[in-house]
Write a protein that binds this ligand. Structure first.
Ligand SMILES: [Zn+2]
Length: 444
């Protein structure tokens, strides 16, 4: 008993004398779980919703400034926190359909402002000044499109400056001259980490400031911050952190801002199979909180930039939403003058178009590849050995909608594949349509 209370006392003392600012990724995760103010899925957040979040922030004392307007006249706002010498500019959603970080920035500023007595927040407040522009492209966000309303990719407008949004970003950087910038994006959820076939849930880039990808002190610091992010996120997405293509793009903001003297860190949020959008916001929150604290308390300087250099590069085209392996593929209703194609054995690679999914707009699944799909990874993989597979109508080929009718092969001889009402006349054992399964899925 005595021993136990002595232990408790020692533990209490340890907690009391521990450096107050030390927070780990699980702490940030818990903080987000208990405190996040973003409530709707990021892909549903339009400018009006963002304004409500920002009003909430303003109510807690976050400094908010109207800094510019989009092509359609939507206000673009900047948040500010801290009074330290090290200046960090963060911007999100310059591509309108890349929304995750916007919600994370809102949650981050809400927490920082309300919890200024916590040691780690105080460390950020005293050592850094943060400015953030959530949703740089509010028009794109409204229509859930990459480009602005002029049809211009703002991230390719750093030189021409034909967009009001691009001119704004340049002005905010030039007038303030921050040391570091965080350029926050989403990438294709089918991006893989190198040859691993694993989804690149987060990809990082310490942006090069010249075509030769040289290092200078600030780029090395950028790499160290990426190493901090890697260690913060690995407990959640081990093996799912990639390195973004680091070739220099002379039209892109990240690259030119780095050249102008503000080292940019690019964070690209990809997909996380079977996880909710909000789980990605949580990862972004952890990444940003860990990065900023490491800059504030100096621990970033001790991180190993080699961790970043060793990350595998992103690879596109290796992951499909669905791979159906080993079925017998049936082409139906040949058009006049089109040869009849005999059934053949082959795999199918299918991708799903995921926009901002609204009731009026159904999911569209498309056949992307026919033939040998070995070496590719499916987020879902079906072994269709022992099945005949017909499409809704026509020949099986890339580019058509993936309406797939699965029949056990022992039924095949009795089926008239060219029957116009195939699906009702010969009910399939399973159907894949609009990205959903009905019936008994092969292999289940
Ligand atoms: Zn982007």
């Amino acid at each position: 008993m005595k021993f136990k209370s002595l232990l408790t006392l020692i533990l209490l003392l340890l907690v009391a004398v521990a450096p107050g600012a030390a927070q780990s990724a699980p702490d940030f995760a818990r903080i987000w779980d208990d405190n996040h103010i973003s409530r709707i899925d990021p892909s549903q957040v339009r400018h009006g919703d963002l304004n409500k979040y920002i009003d909430e922030l303003r109510g807690t004392g976050v400094k908010v400034s109207d800094v510019g307007r989009s092509v359609a006249g939507r206000e673009i706002r900047q948040l500010e926190f801290g009074r330290g010498p090290f200046k960090v500019l963060l911007w999100s959603q310059m591509h309108g359909d890349e929304p995750t970080a916007t919600s994370a920035l809102i949650d981050l500023f809400a927490y920082l402002q309300r919890n200024r007595s916590e040691a780690w927040v105080k460390s950020i407040e005293e050592n850094l000044t943060l400015r953030a522009v959530p949703m740089l492209n509010p028009d794109g966000a409204e229509y859930f499109q990459r480009r602005n309303l002029q049809g211009i990719d703002i991230n390719r407008d750093a030189r021409l400056l034909a967009t009001p949004e691009g001119r704004l970003l340049k002005r905010l950087r030039d007038e303030w001259q921050p040391r570091l910038g965080f350029n926050l994006h989403n990438q294709n959820p089918r991006t893989a980490v190198g040859e691993s076939g694993k989804q690149a849930t987060i990809s990082l880039l310490a942006v090069a400031y010249d075509p030769f990808r040289n290092d200078n002190e600030m780029r090395v610091l950028g790499k160290k911050v990426c190493a901090v992010i890697h260690s913060a996120l690995s407990p959640y997405i081990y093996g799912q952190i990639g390195r973004y293509d680091d070739s220099f793009n002379p039209r892109a903001f990240g690259d030119l801002i780095s050249q102008w003297g503000t080292q940019v860190i690019l964070i690209e949020t990809g997909g996380w199979h079977r996880r909710a959008e909000m789980d990605l916001v949580r990862l972004n929150f952890i990444a940003l909180a860990a990065s900023l604290l490491s800059l504030a308390d100096g621990s970033a300087e001790r991180a190993n930039p080699g961790v970043y250099d060793a990350l595998p590069f992103n690879e596109g085209g290796r992951i499909y939403d669905l791979i159906v392996r080993g079925g017998t593929l049936i082409s139906r209703n040949p058009a006049p003058n089109f040869p009849v194609i005999a059934p053949f054995s082959g795999d199918l690679g299918i991708n799903i178009d995921r926009g901002r999914i609204e009731p009026s707009r159904r999911v569209r699944a498309q056949i992307q590849e026919v033939g040998d799909m070995s070496g590719f990874t499916g987020l879902e993989t079906i072994d269709a050995t022992g099945y005949h597979i017909a499409v809704g109508a026509g020949t099986i080929r890339p580019g058509i909608e993936a309406v797939l009718l699965f029949y056990r092969s022992n039924r095949a001889a009795a089926i008239d594949w060219n029957a116009p009402d195939l699906e009702t006349k010969y009910p399939p054992d399973a159907v894949y349509r609009n990205g959903e399964w009905t019936g008994s899925k092969p292999g289940s």
